[in-house]
Write a protein that binds this ligand. Structure first.
Ligand code: GTP
Length: 371
């Protein structure tokens, strides 16, 4: 099965993974690459060393234009390159390859602010070809439960002092808030190390810093389904207004009111009997929709049901030969006709265990026998 659903000529989606030292970014990404299912992912990191790839996963680079130490090919078809000097040249080099990646994942250094990196995607050589699919902020739930941002705050301070590119005047808490504010998905990692109650408190503590409609999921060792991590379609580079950096922070609560519903959604799907979120996915057979608009409206409504994170598939629209592709994540639903494609007449619904399947079925269709 291929997970690629790019429209022809579509921009390559890029996912930015942020989070402080030791939060579990590398662990999460390693997991993601292992479960790439043949999707060709390019990974941009500051240091290869961190990734801990074993030799069997690494090949020499086939591209004569790139220095071997800057780019490595992984045997699962993925590529990994380091940001040697600057982010943009690395990106341009990736885009110029004969066989460009299907998805780009960028691991930021723990102290980098995501906002300036997202803005770099508006650069003329990059903007037409790539879009920010989502900013994933990984948090160390164990450290946060103890009232710390990183378990090893001394190491964090040392990392900070050593990095001349950083603005040393802003307190580390501000960086933390900014990483949260820019997130399209927040991962509360290391859930195995904390109690249910502590996890709940951490969740409450960060809630005000997370933008409305952003999901907070918990994980152990960053193990999350690829569909939850990738394909969020946030186009963050065109949506910076609400991802502001620290200084406007106090205004945030005003925005939050109209989205109380969403916030409740996040709040009640955690902390049942397990320390990490379990996910479930269902395949629904959909008869047909009256129009693209009708499909969009129903899928949007289904996305608002408790626990639903993602809906995708290809469905029939009455009177149309071409099937409509459906991609939905968070508050965004995209539909488009894909001439020549087969309509599976099916939608895959992915979400947290216990999602409101009855409501979703009422809106979209029936479970297929295979599900
Ligand atoms: N117990 C537990 N340990 C974890 C979990 N996730 C990661 N770790 C461990 O935490 C340590 C840091 O994880 P990394 O993935 O290297 O963290 P990072 O955010 O990439 O850290 P830097 O690259 O140093 O910024 C490693 O020893 C991991 O094995 C988790 O869910 N539970």
């Amino acid at each position: 099965m291929t997970t690629s659903s790019l429209q022809p000529g579509a921009k390559i989606p890029a996912t930015i993974v942020t989070g402080f030292l030791g939060a579990g970014k590398t662990t999460l990404i390693r997991n993601l690459l292992t479960n790439a299912n043949g999707k060709r992912i390019a990974l941009i990191v500051n240091e290869f060393g961190d990734m801990g790839f074993d030799g069997s996963l690494v090949n020499g680079c086939a591209d004569p234009d790139c220095a071997a130490e800057e780019v490595v090919e992984l045997t699962n078809g993925c590529i990994c390159c380091t940001v040697a000097d600057d982010f943009l040249p690395t990106m341009e080099m990736l885009l110029a390859r004969d066989n460009p990646p299907e998805h780009i994942v960028i691991e930021t250094s723990g102290l980098a602010l995501p906002q300036p990196l997202v803005r770099a995607f508006s650069w003329p050589s990059v903007k037409p070809k790539v879009t920010v699919d989502g900013v994933v902020t990984v948090l160390d739930a164990a450290a946060l439960a103890e009232g710390r941002i990183a378990l090893d705050e001394d190491a964090l301070a040392a990392q900070r002092a050593a990095d001349e590119a950083l603005d040393h005047d802003s307190p580390v808490e501000e960086l933390f808030h900014d990483q949260l504010r820019c997130a399209d998905l927040v991962v509360l990692n290391k859930a195995d190390l904390v109690s249910e109650d502590a996890l709940k408190q951490v969740h409450e503590k960060i809630a005000a810093d997370v933008r409305p409609a952003v999901h907070v999921v918990t994980s152990e060792k960053g193990t999350l389904p690829i569909e939850v991590l990738l394909g969020r379609g946030s186009a963050a580079e065109d949506d910076m207004a609400d991802r502001h950096e620290h200084h406007h922070h106090h205004d945030d609560h005003d925005h939050d009111h109209d989205d109380d519903d969403h916030d409740h959604h996040h709040d009640d799907h955690h902390h049942d009997h397990h320390h990490h979120d379990d996910f479930e996915s269902h395949v629904l057979a959909v008869s047909s929709f009256a129009s693209l608009k009708d499909a969009e409206a129903k899928v949007l409504e289904a996305m608002a049901q408790k626990g639903v994170l993602r809906i995708k598939g290809a469905v029939k629209i009455e009177g149309k030969a071409a099937p409509a592709m459906v991609q939905a994540v968070g508050p965004r639903v995209e539909t488009w006709f894909a001439a020549g494609a087969e309509s599976s007449g099916r939608l895959v619904v992915i979400g947290l265990k216990g999602l409101d399947l009855t409501a979703v079925r009422g809106l979209l269709g029936e479970l297929t026998a295979a599900a």
